[in-house]
Ligand binder design. Structure first.
Ligand SMILES: [Zn+2]
Length: 332
């Protein structure tokens, strides 16, 4: 059961665009609803994929990509179904914020959600219970958002549990062809874990970020997504590129050693660049304390070795803020 009513009938063929109507009674609108844009492009039986963006509202690349696909793709070029949510957490995306200004909800920490909960929880519940069971794959287009910048295009996929899953992960990530694919373990309140609970494969991108849009990354992500949809037989025709945008490097971020955090409040000066390979103990960042100007800056070192795949953007930091994410090469 859900209080959300979809204007789009997902069982019908053709191209349909409308809203998920999420009832929301507030002072200025007693009987109102929150409009979460949704689209379906369906043509008979075949593979089905959910493409999401705006899970975090300050990640813009995916919102642009998904909206473009929704306009450009024709049911005649589809076998199966594409379901699209260009602004999944609409209140957050409408405000350009990671979390919803209505309930402070972080959609990607809300799964499996709650049909009778806050707006963010109700959206999570609808995605997990009503959309994910319909698809074999969910592509959730994230990027660094306001506080982080990823190095180029990255794909995140769950560590496969058996050889047949490993075959799918290898095929899907290779078809997407972003420069890096990072394998990770499921975190229960995220879309990746929700997908696994519902029997779908998750492909979560991290495309640039810093609250901006990078044309080369957009181009690679679009080509990769279209090529992937072609590779599984869902999409046909001129829009499907003949080949993947590139080959992918398999990597993993180790939970204990690949993350650097600010040790206290200060101004963050990075000492390495994105894409650089670093060693454990190598200087990562210098923290400055202009409020105590006679105090010497503090140097922070990397705890592990690897490639710098993500860095914090704003210089003002507090204790606990993530400054860098590293990743190391693996075999799959
Ligand atoms: Zn995100």
């Amino acid at each position: 059961v859900t209080s959300i009513r979809s204007e789009v009938d997902l069982d019908l063929d053709g191209r349909q665009i409308g809203f998920l109507r999420l009832p929301h009674s507030v002072h200025r609108s007693a009987y109102g609803w929150i409009p979460v844009p949704v689209a379906s492009i369906r043509n008979g039986d075949g593979p089905s994929v959910l493409i999401m963006a705006g899970n975090h509202g300050d990640e813009y690349e995916g919102q642009i990509l998904t909206s473009a696909l929704l306009r450009e793709l024709d049911p005649g070029n589809v076998t199966g179904q594409l379901i699209m949510l260009p602004m999944a957490n609409f209140p957050a995306a409408d405000a350009g914020l990671r979390t919803s200004p209505i309930d402070q909800g972080n959609l990607n920490r809300c799964f499996p959600g709650d049909a009778n909960g806050t707006p963010t929880a109700a959206i999570a519940h609808y995605i997990e219970e009503h959309l994910l069971p319909r698809v074999q794959v969910v592509v959730d287009l994230h990027s660094g958002g306001s506080s982080l910048l990823y190095d180029g295009g990255n794909l995140m996929m769950l560590e496969p549990r058996n050889p047949s899953e490993a075959l799918l992960v290898r095929a899907y990530a290779s078809a997407f062809g972003l420069p890096r694919t990072l394998l990770h373990n499921p975190n229960p309140p995220t879309i990746a874990a929700a997908a696994r609970r519902q029997g779908a494969i998750s492909m979560v991108t991290e495309l640039g970020g810093a609250g901006a849009v990078s044309p080369p990354i957009m181009k690679a992500a679009r080509a990769g997504l279209l090529h992937f949809l072609g590779s599984i037989g869902l999409l046909h025709g001129d829009l499907v590129p003949a080949q993947a945008p590139g080959s992918t490097r398999w990597m993993r971020s180790e939970p204990l050693t690949h993350w650097s955090y600010a040790s206290e409040r200060g101004l963050f000066e990075p000492l390495v660049e994105l894409g650089q390979w670093v060693q454990a103990g190598e200087p990562a960042a210098r923290l400055h304390f202009p409020a105590t100007p006679w105090r010497e800056p503090q140097d922070l070192a990397f705890e592990g070795a690897g490639q710098v795949v993500c860095k914090r953007v704003p210089a003002l930091v507090q204790r606990g803020d993530c400054l860098f994410q590293l990743a190391g090469p693996i075999e799959l």
